[in-house]
Design a protein around this ligand. Structure first.
Ligand SMILES: Nc1ncnc2c1ncn2[C@@H]1O[C@H](COP(=O)(O)OP(=O)(O)OP(=O)(O)O)[C@@H](O)[C@H]1O
Ligand SMILES: [Mg+2]
Length: 215
């Protein structure tokens, strides 16, 4: 039996204007879904709402059967630390530290071990002792993905995770993430502008005219 990991019901959000209304989405274990849409349509906002960071104007978000915006701050903090893998547009690596030290920050907090095999798959195993500032943009992006996967999250929220990567490396990163969710009974919610990345997911949605529609 596949458990539902994310259930969003009737989500609406406005800032200066109505961004979207009545968004519904359910994602189960081992499922990957892609969200596409024009710049400014609200994709990042929706991802922040799904992942505990923005309480929506209305609607409910359940992660692992818990209504997250009714939880105490401590419980939200635990979910963020142990269960969520957040890969957002800006990757927050510590520049003065090595790649390895950056990954250790994630694993020490969540009590997991670093998976050597994962570093090899992402082709960053030989960069571990270099300072982040000395790595290329694409290598940094892969270090941040390794940091997220190393903490063994149940749901991965990824906002343009392959934005800085060439086609071949982007496909490699997607393969690694998709294998991860199969092997760990996890889920992926991916925001992307790249159709070929979206095609690798199980389902595709477009955020357009304030609605999230499957296509
Ligand atoms: N905290 C906020 N306060 C006010 N307006 C906001 C806030 N966050 C987002 N917005 C507005 O909501 C709109 C959607 O922003 P969002 O970042 O979700 O778009 P996006 O679809 O992710 O775009 P892109 O593809 O360029 O990343 C924008 O007009 C943005 O200015
Ligand atoms: Mg965005």
């Amino acid at each position: 039996m596949s458990k539902t990991l994310l259930k969003a019901t009737n989500i609406s959000q406005a800032f200066d204007y109505q961004l979207f209304s009545d968004i519904n989405l359910e994602v189960k274990q081992r499922e990957s879904i892609a969200i596409l849409g024009r710049s400014g349509s609200g994709k990042s906002t929706l991802l922040h709402i799904f992942s505990t960071f923005i309480r929506p104007d209305s609607g409910e978000v359940e992660l692992f059967d818990k209504n997250i915006y009714n939880l105490e701050e401590d419980d939200i903090e635990k979910i963020r630390r142990y269960d969520l893998g957040i890969i957002f547009q800006a990757h927050y690596l510590f520049k003065g530290m090595t790649a390895l030290e950056n990954i250790e920050i994630g694993t020490i907090l969540s009590g997991e071990k670093i998976d050597e095999q994962l570093l090899k798959r992402l082709e960053i195993d030989e960069t571990m002792h270099q300072k982040i500032g000395d790595l290329s943009g694409g290598q940094q992006q892969r270090v941040s993905i390794a940091r997220v996967l190393s903490k063994r999250p149940q749901i991965i929220f990824a906002d343009e995770p392959t934005g800085n990567l060439d086609k071949e490396t982007a496909k490699l990163v997607m393969d690694v993430i998709l294998e991860y969710i199969q092997d760990n009974d996890a889920s992926l919610i991916l925001v992307t502008h790249d159709d070929s990345m979206a095609m690798m997911c199980d389902r595709r949605y477009r955020l357009e005219n304030r609605e999230l529609s499957k296509f």
